[in-house]
Design a protein around this ligand. Structure first.
Ligand SMILES: [Zn+2]
Ligand SMILES: [Zn+2]
Length: 287
């Protein structure tokens, strides 16, 4: 254990220059979008954004793999995880480990990305330094043992950039390099910042429905740009709930999609917060 702590401290001091360079290159490449607009390029961005941000990160990495708010057939779980890798936010096991640590230690010193350690840190700084997405094996084993059991998720974790390379190739064949700028570079940068805003902004600004011990907030703007992930105070109060927007006004596209999967027979044992009953329970369709 002592070795783990020492490793942890050593890694905390190290700046991850590979991440710094990749993030910088993507931001620079995204600027080319300003000079290469076309409706086809915009459509490509929107489609890949939905696949990676909504199906991949929101449904796959977050509500399914991290919090196990519902169950899907194994092939669909793997498909959603594969879509998640398109976001270039690390593989599913590293992402889930980081996010489970965030819930276990929200807004404390052990939180990987709390605004209490600085707004810039919580938004982007945490990926450049420290152990945030490079947890020691012992930590991964402790926080994501369920994911380690699936060798396919392990493969995705080691090679999470592959789907972006394949997607870039497909976009190039369809619409040339300008479509790659929109569908890969601009879309990735956009999705990075939208996801990071959940870590930064929704721990700073918005409303509080539930008295949680952390700083989480419900933020409609962030929910609108993250397919429903911005109802973050609801989420911290009931992390396992597959439903984050709890009223008709709290629009939650990811929840709507989980309901659609249920109707298709592809999602079951859905665990969801019921505001009237003031508890989270296995979701039952109205008779
Ligand atoms: Zn949070
Ligand atoms: Zn969460």
């Amino acid at each position: 254990m002592e070795n783990i702590v020492r490793l942890d401290q050593a890694r905390k001091k190290r700046i991850h220059w590979d991440t710094v360079i990749i993030v910088a290159v993507f931001h620079l490449a995204a600027v080319a979008a300003f000079f290469t607009f076309s409706w086809a390029n915009l459509a490509a961005l929107l489609v890949v954004w939905w696949i990676s941000g909504s199906l991949g990160i929101g449904l796959g990495y977050h509500r399914l793999l991290t919090h196990r708010g519902f169950k899907t057939p194994r092939w669909l779980e793997r498909t959603l995880a594969t879509f998640g890798t398109l976001a270039l936010q690390s593989g599913p096991i590293a992402w889930v480990t980081t996010h489970r640590l965030h819930h276990a230690f929200t807004d404390t010193d052990k939180d990987p990305h709390s605004p209490r350690n600085g707004v810039i840190w919580s938004h982007i700084g945490w990926i450049f330094k420290g152990t945030a997405q490079r947890q020691p094996d012992a930590v991964v084993k402790k926080y994501a043992p369920d994911l380690l059991r699936d060798p396919y998720l392990g493969f995705l974790d080691r090679h999470y950039y592959l789907t972006s390379v394949v997607a870039a190739g497909i976009l190039f064949l369809i619409g040339g390099w300008t479509m790659v700028v929109w569908g890969i570079f601009l879309r990735t940068v956009m999705l990075w910042h939208f996801t990071w805003l959940v870590n930064s902004a929704t721990h700073l600004w918005g409303t509080t429905r539930f008295e949680t011990t952390d700083d989480s907030r419900n933020n409609g703007f962030i929910a609108a740009i993250t397919f429903g992930e911005g109802w973050h105070n609801n989420h911290h109060a009931y992390p396992r709930s597959a439903r984050h927007g709890l009223t008709a006004r709290e629009f939650d596209i990811n929840w709507v999609q989980i309901r659609i999967l249920e109707r298709l027979g592809l999602a079951k044992d859905i665990y969801a917060m019921d505001l009237d009953a003031k508890e989270a329970k296995v979701y039952k369709k109205a008779a």
